[in-house]
Design a protein around this ligand. Structure first.
Ligand SMILES: *[C@@H]1O[C@H](CO)[C@@H](O)[C@H](O)[C@H]1NC(C)=O
Length: 238
């Protein structure tokens, strides 16, 4: 955690040294989806959750809170309507020309923190390099669907025009458990699946110190036994 905090701060410092920040307002839609996001230097500040019909502040607790005024969610809804009607006009004007379709170029699965069996952690499925947004991410634990326990952020546009999305699954690592995330996208015939095994990342029980200690103790005890033996022998001889 400390490491991440440092990384975050150093990032802000280096940017402010140059006096440049990247303040982003994203407003987008497709026939089935919509997005409205405020971001600063790649960090999400606020987004509209159109399914739950509310605004979300996804900031971590260690920064000073950033808030937007009344009606910010209602404005996002109004912009979504404008976007959808613009999209409709463009589609008709361009006679439904086929859109570019690029599947994710990268899908990665990894735990947020070092694995300690029995300790709460978060499994991350990081999907990037796709167009258009969004992707759908499905999770399994030992073959069972646990997608309901996961969450996913809004699509984030990268400078190259492709999107990134990050899905998270709260979990408690248990030795033997196997997880998978499957990514669905319009350009994919079949989901792209990544598998992650708790055992691969769990710390190996370190034999080193206990073996060392055991050997040392044995040698010590042998020494005491030998000493006692010779002491008694010596006494007998006299
Ligand atoms: C898994 O569960 C989610 C909801 O919890 C559902 O939307 C999804 O279709 C399910 N996936 C499969 C492959 O059954």
């Amino acid at each position: 955690m400390k490491m991440k905090l440092l990384l975050f701060l150093s990032c802000v410092l280096s940017v402010s040294a140059e006096g440049l920040h990247d303040d982003l307002r994203i407003n987008g839609c497709s026939e089935s989806d919509g997005e409205f996001l405020y971001a600063l230097d790649g960090e999400e500040k606020w987004f509209a959750d159109f399914k739950k019909k509310q605004g979300v502040y996804p900031q971590p607790p260690f920064i000073d809170p950033i808030t937007y005024g009344e009606g910010v969610y209602e404005n996002a809804v109004a912009d979504l309507h404008v976007c959808k009607s613009n999209l409709d006009v463009c589609r008709r004007g361009m006679k439904d020309i086929p859109v570019e379709n690029d599947p994710p170029s990268r899908v990665m699965i990894y735990p947020r923190d070092d694995i300690e069996p029995g300790q709460k952690n978060i499994l991350i499925c990081h999907v990037s390099g796709f167009y258009p947004a969004p992707v759908r991410v499905q999770w399994t634990r030992n073959g069972l669907n646990v997608t309901g326990e996961s969450s996913i952020n809004v699509p984030f546009p990268n400078n190259d025009g492709y999107f990134t999305q990050i899905s998270r699954l709260d979990f408690v690592p248990q030795l033997g458990d196997i997880y998978s995330c499957s990514v669905e996208h319009v350009a994919l015939q079949e989901p792209q699946t990544r598998i992650w095994d708790v055992e691969d990342d769990a710390p190996q029980p370190s034999l080193g110190p206990s073996v060392f200690c055991g050997v040392g103790l044995t040698v010590g005890l042998l020494g005491v036994a030998a000493g006692t033996f010779f002491l008694i022998k010596g006494n007998e001889c006299r």
